[in-house]
Design a protein around this ligand. Structure first.
Ligand code: ZN
Length: 126
């Protein structure tokens, strides 16, 4: 297996950073780790993980097919975490859209700890 620097920008290897969360080997210990692993899941088209890590209260708003389509139609360039608290993460995700135009998604996401697991609840966009 080749060594890949993690998509989330941590400088760690993907295999030791976000992949264990995506594969369900490891639980994200903080909301920021979950958020980073969700970005890496977009970059690697892991829509099941994105659905599974969305809180049940808002999951109905996030259809797997739409997530997969959005993940695949863009090329994920980099993630910048701007600010993080225990339950929120503000980040900028840079990507090339289907016309190869650079886009930036700026979101302030809210997370919830439920039975010891972190979930994405929702986000506001800038
Ligand atoms: Zn990572």
């Amino acid at each position: 297996m080749s060594i890949t620097k993690c998509y989330c920008g941590s400088q760690n290897n993907f295999q030791e950073c976000c992949e264990p969360c995506i594969k369900g080997i490891k639980e994200a210990p903080t909301s920021q780790v979950l958020m980073r692993s969700r970005y890496a899941a977009y970059a690697t088209h892991q829509a099941d993980y994105l659905v599974a890590t969305t809180h049940t209260s808002t999951r109905k708003n996030h259809k797997k097919a739409a997530i997969l389509d959005w993940a695949k139609s863009n090329q994920w360039i980099k993630l910048e975490v701007i600010n993080a608290t225990e339950t929120t993460v503000e980040f900028k995700a840079y990507y090339l859209d289907s016309n190869l135009q650079m886009q930036m998604h700026h979101e302030h996401s809210t997370f919830k700890l439920d039975n010891g697991k972190w979930f994405y609840v929702d986000g506001s966009f800038y």
